[in-house]
Ligand binder design. Structure first.
Ligand SMILES: C[S@@+](CC[C@H](N)C(=O)[O-])C[C@H]1O[C@@H](n2cnc3c(N)ncnc32)[C@H](O)[C@@H]1O
Length: 403
């Protein structure tokens, strides 16, 4: 283990999915010796593109003795739904019983020199920051130096805004290092969506691989449930004006945004109505408007503009279409992609895969929905590769075990 940096560093991968993180680590020069996931289509994709070393099964049922010994890094993006703050009855003690404990168990039993976990940005604010503190402390109690960092994939040359938390630990007593960003202000220009997938706009979607510019294009298939019409507001209405108006009435009532969130019974929603900004502010939908009116008791000034709707044809610029064509794409999610800017279809599986920096010959298997899911779940390959390289540099710089 880590005897000679010239030898490939060995990794074990948990929650591997279709292998975005693993593919990137392989590109960086690591060897993945064992992997696991319980999502059959993702495991099939992994086998097809990476290797048969992946085991299909629930990690909770896999004993540590079934996992190989002597590897250099444990990789894993543990799902964090278990930490949900929605369930207020759960206390911190119970919350520990979720999937990250599996990662903790394997780190404890195998003691690899390094571990790396990737997770959603929301992990940092769960239970007011207590969850990330608990994770850090738990790994530290096993003798690891643990650091975490919020990164945005676009800053690393990925054509996508994707904020994720990286948690890196080592038990070698060295400083953890994360890769330096390369793109953005005063750095290289961001990679745009159009740059990477623009050429596919005129390639017909098809289940079969197709030839384009002497290259085979795989998985260029897409959901086509795109409607020509939508229910839109009958009258034009300014988000700024509505925001000022609602703020005025909220303050008049002496209510905080948080109080309104609580009254509506869901978190982080009402805040948008009091945020004056074209990107993240929003106008309440008619149903919410009437509820809000009961709470704030405002006059009728904007009732008509906000609540009267009509069926309108969808136009090119409609917000449900991908709106970052000339910028890095919005986050590719596991639930379904945005609509193509000028086609009557959603972004194709291949387009999503390209935005997630999967190589062109990485072929996905399963139903359309499950292919989108595998891709949306993945760590962008390029980001993973840069993380892998920076871990190798840490080892070289600290001259650890290098002959
Ligand atoms: C966010 S995805 C990881 C994606 C992966 N890191 C990549 O880059 O492609 C989380 C994965 O955890 C898997 N998973 C969730 N619970 C599991 C369990 N109990 N046992 C094994 N895998 C599980 C899911 O099927 C999913 O593929």
């Amino acid at each position: 283990m880590l005897k000679n940096i010239k030898n490939k560093l060995k990794a074990v991968s948990l929650f591997s999915g279709c292998g975005g993180l693993d593919r990137g680590f392989i590109n960086a020069g690591f060897e993945i010796i064992w992997a696991n996931d319980f999502f059959p289509d993702a495991v099939e994709t992994y086998k097809k593109n990476i290797s048969n070393h992946i085991i299909l099964g629930d990690i909770k049922k896999i004993k540590s003795s079934q996992i190989p010994e002597n590897f250099d890094i444990l990789l894993g993006g543990f799902p964090c739904q278990g930490f949900s703050i929605a369930n207020k009855k759960r206390n911190m003690k119970d919350e520990r019983n979720f999937l990250y404990r599996e990662m903790l168990r394997i780190v404890k039993d195998k003691k690899p020199p390094f571990f790396l976990a990737e997770n959603v940005k929301g992990l940092l604010s769960m239970s007011g920051g207590e969850v990330i503190k608990m994770i850090k402390k738990d790994f530290e109690s096993l003798g690891y130096i643990v650091d975490y960092k919020l990164v945005n994939a676009a800053d690393y040359g990925v054509p996508q805004q994707r904020e994720r938390v990286l948690i890196l630990g080592n038990r070698l007593g060295i400083k953890n290092e994360f890769p330096e960003s390369t793109h953005g202000k005063d750095k290289k220009p961001y990679i745009t969506t159009k740059e990477v997938v623009g050429y596919l706009a005129n390639v017909l979607v098809s289940f079969d691989p197709q030839k384009h510019n002497n290259k085979l294009v795989y998985n260029h298939i897409a959901r086509t449930n795109v409607q020509d019409n939508f229910w839109g507001r009958k009258y034009s209405v300014s988000q700024y004006a509505i925001c000022d108006y609602l703020k005025f009435w909220r303050e008049k009532k002496g209510l905080s945004t948080k109080k309104i969130d609580d009254l509506f019974g869901y978190k982080y929603t009402a805040g948008h109505w009091f945020r004056k900004d074209n990107n993240s502010g929003s106008i309440p939908n008619p149903e919410d408007w009437w509820r809000l009116k009961k709470i704030l008791e405002f006059d009728n000034k904007f009732d008509k503009q906000v609540t009267e709707l009509e069926l309108k044809p969808i136009k090119f610029e409609q917000s449900l279409r991908i709106n970052n064509w000339d910028k890095p794409s919005d986050t590719i999610t596991a639930t379904g992609p945005e609509i193509h800017p000028n086609k009557k279809r959603r972004m194709s599986v291949r387009e999503c895969a390209i935005i997630q920096t999967f190589p062109d010959n990485f072929v996905f298997t399963g139903s359309l929905g499950n292919m989108y899911k595998q891709i949306g779940n993945a760590v962008p390959v390029l980001l993973a590769q840069k993380i892998g390289k920076s871990i190798q540099n840490m080892i070289k710089k600290n001259r650890i075990y290098v002959n």
